[in-house]
Design a protein around this ligand. Structure first.
Ligand code: ADP
Ligand code: MG
Length: 210
């Protein structure tokens, strides 16, 4: 039986996922939780190699791309997330299936159904206790990612029309999952980090008390 809690942060590049993941880990640790931060792609050694191939390698056919993300995810959930949950830890995860629906689905022209079915199989139906979508528009997302410096990776460089589709994909997925009964929070990523942290904490507290 799982006894930990599993929280996923979703949203475009620069939305503030890493910032909020750190805040949340600190707050949970303050309550005595053993909290781990992890991410997709790249949350395992194998995943780090897949991530490198995906983001910095040669052109990858969209179907191959979707399968590689799903393979990373299958390995990550089975080897990192499930064992941590079974050990009673709090898992704070940067990106999950909704990112694939948004990027490999909406961004590349595959239907949500195709991406969900591939990834649902990959993780044997595992679902987080809470998903937080940090919603940000394409232009704000790109300018934050650019302000962070360094070279843009292949997805960041894919253009603003691609990023508009990605945002729409995230929002549609949030709506569909909420309608299906998932514990889902959509926040305006342009709010201050402090306000976002409070909003996330309110939802997590509710989860801990339920
Ligand atoms: P992500 O992990 O989603 O790509 P980050 O947490 O790395 O996003 O944040 C991207 C950039 O935006 C960083 O420079 C960070 O300091 C800044 N940032 C994060 N959250 C906010 C916020 N709520 N408002 C303004 N800037 C933010
Ligand atoms: Mg990040």
């Amino acid at each position: 039986m799982e006894s930990g809690i599993w929280i996923v942060l979703e949203g475009g590049d620069g939305a503030g996922k890493s910032t909020q993941a750190r805040h949340l880990a600190e707050r949970l640790q303050g309550l005595g939780w053993d909290a781990i931060l992890t991410r997709e792609p790249g949350g395992t050694d194998l995943g780090a190699r897949i991530r490198e191939l995906l983001l910095h390698g040669e052109h990858v056919d969209p179907r191959a791309e979707a399968l590689l993300y799903a393979a990373d995810r299958a390995h990550h959930i089975a080897n990192v997330v499930q064992p941590a949950l079974a050990a009673g830890k709090a898992v704070i995860q940067d990106r999950f299936i909704d990112s694939s629906v948004a990027y490999q689905g909406a961004g590349r022209g595959f239907s949500p159904t195709e991406i969900l079915s591939l990834n649902g199989w990959a993780v044997a139906g595992a679902r987080p206790d809470l998903t937080v979508l940090l919603d940000i528009d394409a232009d704000a997302s790109l300018s934050r990612a650019a302000a962070r410096g360094g070279e843009l990776d292949r997805l960041e460089a894919a253009g603003s029309e691609f990023h508009r589709q990605v945002r729409a994909g995230f929002l549609a997925q949030a709506k569909a999952q909420t309608a299906a009964g998932a514990n889902y929070l959509v926040l305006d990523a342009t709010s201050s980090p402090e306000k976002l942290s409070e909003q996330i904490w309110a939802a997590v507290s509710q989860l801990l008390n339920s």
